[in-house]
Design a protein around this ligand. Sequence first.
Ligand SMILES: Nc1ncnc2c1ncn2[C@@H]1O[C@H](COP(=O)(O)OP(=O)(O)O)[C@@H](O)[C@H]1O
Ligand SMILES: O=P(O)(O)OC[C@H]1O[C@](O)(COP(=O)(O)O)[C@@H](O)[C@@H]1O
Ligand SMILES: [Mg+2]
Length: 341
Amino acid sequence: MRIGILTSGGDCPGLNAVIRGIVLKGTEINGQEFVGFKGGWRGVVNSDLIELGRSNVRGIAKEGGTILGTSRTNPFEGEGGAERIQQNLEREGIDAVIAIGGEGTLAAAKRLTDAGLKIVGVPKTIDNDLDATDYTFGFDTAVQIATDAMDRLRTTGDSHSRCMVAEVMGRHVGWIALHSGMAAGAHAILIPEQKTTMEQIRSWVESANARGRAPLVVVAEGFVPGETDDAHSERGLDAFGRPRLGGIGERLAPMIEEMTGIETRATTLGHIQRGGVPSAYDRVLATRLGMAASDSVLEERWGQMVALRATDIVNVGFEEALGKLKVVPQHRYDEAALLFG
Ligand SMILES: Nc1ncnc2c1ncn2[C@@H]1O[C@H](COP(=O)(O)OP(=O)(O)O)[C@@H](O)[C@H]1O
Ligand SMILES: O=P(O)(O)OC[C@H]1O[C@](O)(COP(=O)(O)O)[C@@H](O)[C@@H]1O
Ligand SMILES: [Mg+2]
């Protein structure tokens, strides 16, 4: 069986480990052959392919990014659509597709599967916002990078007796903020799931400052300040028409400075959180998911994605996988909030 692999959506440390896991299990055990689509769905629509044999995946588990490239291409736009994609696959002799992506990629995969294409999914995102899997690879690495950055912000904050605001990614969920903030001992963690007033933020910052600490405020890019209705967006729309997030930290810093009188600086960590080598945890998770995806194709589990439940790799339908966002539950926030201020 000849299988096409694609990586789509934002890149994420561990994508290469998934590709390697699929190819090694597939070629060595399951009798499969592979090609890679270049640049996500764009490569599927344009039949832009590279051969993927054992030698192409040698040593890549530790490499960041994706050897296939990625994009936020919509496979139903332009020259795309289920019929055209099916014709491309037949012409190239490709029997099935493994789509590695987040909720957007998998939503597209579901529409294509509903139209009769043979696709299995592998969940990916640093945001950890997919409900049907306990963790996504990339999240652990992103949290570690953010935590390292916050440790550094704390030493310079201490030297200058400043309040430091660190903005992290996560779209409309606060997982990266919650975990990195807890690991770094933040005095306030602001996440989209929790309305928080400026008055509350002021009180946490002043209380830390009164104890002689340089306050560290961690804010998720999707945070909605208590007085407003939407996440802060000043960067236009992405390829799918969604507001690009980012910039809330820079907006909050002068407000905190004005309210408290404490000199305040903001740092936006941005794409640094997605770059570089994956952590050992992410390499292991990604490799296991990749190997399981090869098995899913063998078992003809079309319309399903592999997922982590506790320590096991399981299969879940796209429908269930796309049902809802995995948000930070109240008890996880409450537990972290005990340490604020
Ligand atoms: N409901 C959908 N139907 C079809 N295509 C979609 C859908 N949602 C997203 N996509 C396409 O998939 C691409 C990848 O999705 P995106 O959300 O950007 O990344 P991720 O897969 O990491 O969540 C988007 O740019 C968009 O073109
Ligand atoms: O790379 P871009 O297009 O600037 O997108 C930034 C977004 O991508 C992410 O890093 C990852 O999101 P996805 O997993 O949905 O691709 C978000 O945290 C962030 O909001
Ligand atoms: Mg997404």
